[in-house]
Design a protein around this ligand. Structure first.
Ligand code: 13P
Length: 347
């Protein structure tokens, strides 16, 4: 049987040396803690300029296959009136949407959430497809705390992402299935491993029950790392080995690729961990990136407010290139340092 269009698109999203830039977060969230409450990046006008800036970054398509955006981007134009979707297409990038409209507490729980936004989504998916959108992303998250996560939250979230994935494929869109075990917490890497394995199991069970074709999706998930406040931090070699050991237990080889999230890791850690994994030899799936902060933060910090010819673009291009090299196991600290762009002065 010949390969379906969706399977081809999924493979192109994780083409060798390329990954995904998840821009579906507010620029202020990229630089949280640096800009403070009166941040430049909080005004609408600056957010629009920032978006135009990254869409215009020269050569963005060399190391990125696609961008994940909020639906509003589809109707946004640059200062000269060019639709941002046109700038993105001109870079050879595919476009994906995050349709989630928020999160709500799981009934009866104080700490665990499920995403909102599935209601009425079918109509929107159809119209996005007509406008050239290639994929949609759905994030479900698990928090690690004493007694958490619960089996009920795991199952509810797995069903939510499976429902979205089935619907997406029905509308000829590739789903990015994103179960994230958050790294925030004091837990050791062993606990992160255990919860990641558990969440992925529940997710792939639900995907199977919903009839989702694994060849026609991309998995976006966390690396198996130590909790951010754990005194004993695993190094890149350990993270790489444990992440692969975990994924091999659960992720079907039919899935073409895994685009990791950076989840609050530093740019260097996110890149070094991915590089270390790709130095461990060929795996059943392409190991790539779908980073938000580990690509966008440097750009937001270096940004000088210009929509073109900006320091933000230099920083973004550099981070995209470093992540592209890591996805081939060809990254180094020396290359990283050689192209680093210093943060702009905040005055
Ligand atoms: P991070 O890489 O910053 O975790 O972001 C991933 C993402 O999906 C943002 O929506």
């Amino acid at each position: 049987m010949s390969e379906s269009n969706l399977a081809r698109t999924a493979r192109a999203m994780v083409a060798p040396g390329k990954g995904i830039f998840a821009t579906d977060m507010r620029p202020i969230d990229l630089t949280r803690g640096r800009w403070g409450e009166t941040a430049e990046l909080q005004t609408d006008e600056n957010v629009f300029d920032f978006q135009e800036m990254f869409c215009r970054t020269p050569g963005l398509g060399e190391h990125l296959s696609s961008l994940i955006v909020f639906p509003e981007i589809l109707d946004r134009t640059a200062r000269d009136g060019t639709p941002l979707t046109e700038l993105i297409a001109d870079q050879g990038l595919m476009l994906g949407i995050t349709p989630t409209t928020g999160f709500q507490l799981l009934g009866g729980s104080q700490y665990e959430y499920v995403p909102r936004g599935l209601e009425g989504l079918a109509k929107r998916l159809g119209s996005w497809r007509e406008r050239g959108v290639s994929f949609v992303k759905w994030r479900v998250a698990a928090r690690v705390m004493p007694g958490l996560p619960t089996e009920r939250a795991m199952v509810s979230n797995a069903r939510s992402v499976a429902e979205l994935a089935a619907l997406a494929q029905q509308f000829d869109l590739v789903p990015i299935v994103e179960p994230e075990v958050e790294m925030q917490g004091e837990h050791p890497i062993e606990r992160q491993f255990e919860v990641t394995e558990w969440f992925l199991h529940r997710t792939f069970e639900a995907l199977y029950e919903h009839g989702v074709a694994p060849e026609e999706m991309v998995l976006k998930t966390n690396m198996v790392v130590s909790g951010s406040d754990c005194p004993d931090q695993a190094d890149a070699a350990t993270v790489a080995a444990e992440t692969l050991r975990c994924l091999r237990r659960v992720v079907p080889p039919a899935v073409p690729g895994i685009g990791f999230l950076s989840g609050g890791l530093s740019d260097i850690d996110a890149t070094a961990n991915l590089d270390a994994m790709n130095r461990l030899g060929t795996q059943p799936w392409v190991l790539s990136f779908s980073y938000g902060r580990a690509i966008g933060r440097a750009a937001a910090e270096a940004w000088d407010g210009k929509t073109d010819g900006s320091r933000g673009q230099t920083a973004l291009a550099h981070r995209a290139r470093m992540c592209g090299l890591a996805s081939l196991g060809q990254w180094s600290n020396e290359l990283e340092d050689a192209g680093r762009v210093a943060p702009a002065s905040t005055g």
